[in-house]
Design a protein around this ligand. Structure first.
Ligand code: S3P
Length: 435
């Protein structure tokens, strides 16, 4: 599906933030592992969590999906599936479930779509193998089979990269196996797993020092939760926030936005870019902070990004790049080589899209340099989304900044994280149609 966005004159509205993908995925996994009556309120019913739920059903979880996701006890527990588990486009679903299945000590084969089949899995296969798991694979990519084995009773791991998926995969492996684990992370990555484990009654400890975090999960922990309410996804809200910043006459209120400190780097970056943003009504539900974000039109200035903020904004760099292309001055993004390992090579995809909308940008090995307001007068060329949801949504929003229609190709994967995108964008004043 190709989409065309037309620039609106104003962005106005009062909306509820769509639910968080990372959190929904974790609630699904813990719900299945817990194997008790349990309900997820306000889940993201996007293609990624649905792939994870289908894989969990194939493992034996009793899951009923409507507006809520309801688990009921299955007397047999989770067992080896009859068919390969297809995780679709979902890196989080795959990496976290592979850890959990390795910890359960059961055979399963994992597959995924073309994008997931190219993504690196050595980052989880290495630590999980050191922990005692056994895998069959050809070059650390899908398809990958877990072979039934018992994990060691104790394991410790020093994270070589800041990755919440790797950290969470190891934590879920330890939890499922009943083993104890200590993980050291020098740079904070999103901590939804740690927070959710605590909320489910697990005795997890996190010690923070100048060296980073030491995360300790003791052996033989039990999950005990009856319901979990999912916060809104700041990574989805980011596209709507950007729309409001770029339009000339904006007032946008977004409620129930997840404000977990390990996810709000985007708001800090926007403040540095001179954005007119306010936060209100902050509250904590199931351990996750959330609140209302109020956005008005802003004259943005350039920004220099690098270092420890990068993991905190890794999913927002595509939309930050679009904002930087509309800001006054030259922006730089460094230390972001991980962008090349996402649903697409996002550095290459951003450079390609920025070229098509006529913005001067340089592609570096670990980032980009973007010359703000360097648009040429030509009509934008159709943009290749590289089948990447965040690239597709970012360039649809760019139409507001450049004041021209923008066509983006192959946008189906928007449904992986933000199935309500076209509807919500329409509600606040944008017009996005199938081309
Ligand atoms: C995620 C972690 C991030 C992020 C991804 C979701 C998660 O990946 O890019 O979209 O839910 O744990 P890494 O932590 O592996 O960089």
């Amino acid at each position: 599906m190709n989409l065309i966005a037309s620039p609106p004159t104003k962005i106005h509205g009062d909306i509820i933030c769509p639910p968080d993908k990372s959190i929904t995925q974790r609630a699904l996994l813990l719900g299945a592992l817990q194997n008790k009556d349990f309900k997820i309120i306000n889940p993201l019913l996007g293609a990624d969590p649905i792939s994870t739920a289908s894989a969990l059903k194939a493992l034996g979880a009793n899951i009923d999906i409507s507006n809520e996701i309801v688990f009921s006890k299955n007397n047999k527990g989770l067992t080896s599936p009859a068919h390969p588990l297809d995780l679709g486009n979902s890196g989080t679903g795959l990496r976290l479930l592979m850890g959990m299945v390795a910890g359960l000590g059961i055979d399963a084969t994992f597959t995924g779509d073309a994008s997931l089949s190219l993504r690196p899995m050595k980052r989880i296969i290495d630590p999980l193998s050191d922990f005692g798991a056994v895998f069959q694979h050809d070059g650390f990519i899908l398809p990958i089979k877990t072979i039934a084995s018992s994990l060691n009773s104790s394991f410790s791991y020093n994270m070589p990269i800041a990755s919440a998926q790797v950290k969470s995969s190891i934590l879920l492996a330890a939890l499922a196996a009943g083993s104890e684990v200590t993980i050291y992370e020098a740079i904070q990555s999103r901590n939804h797993t740690e927070i959710m484990l605590k909320d489910f009654g697990v005795n997890i400890e996190v010690h923070t020092s100048s060296q980073g975090n030491e995360i300790f999960l003791p052996s033989n922990q039990h999950l005990q939760q009856t319901q979990y309410d999912v916060a809104g996804d700041i990574s989805s809200a980011a596209f709507l926030i950007a729309a409001a910043l770029l339009a000339e006459d904006s007032h946008l209120v977004i409620r129930n936005v997840g404000l977990n400190p390990s996810r709000i780097g985007f708001l800090e970056v926007l403040k540095a870019m001179n954005a007119n943003i306010h936060i209100a009504d902050q509250r904590d539900v199931n351990g996750e902070l959330r609140g209302t974000v109020i956005v008005q039109s802003s004259e943005l200035i350039s920004v220099e990004l690098g270092g420890s903020i990068i993991p905190n904004i890794i999913d927002e760099i595509p939309i930050i790049s679009v904002l930087a292309s509309c800001a006054d001055g030259v922006s730089t993004i460094k230390d972001a080589g991980e962008l090349r390992k996402k649903e697409s090579d996002r550095i290459k995809a951003l450079k390609s899209g920025l070229d098509k909308i006529g913005v001067k940008a340089n592609e570096e090995e670990d980032g980009l340099t973007i010359v703000g307001r360097s648009f040429n007068a030509l009509e934008p060329m159709p943009i290749d989304s590289f089948h990447d949801h965040r690239i597709a949504m970012s360039f649809l929003i760019s139409s507001i900044g450049i004041g021209k229609k923008v066509k983006v190709m192959d946008t189906e994967n928007i449904t992986t994280s933000f199935p309500q995108f076209i509807e919500l964008a329409g509600k606040i004043g944008m017009s996005i149609h199938e081309a």
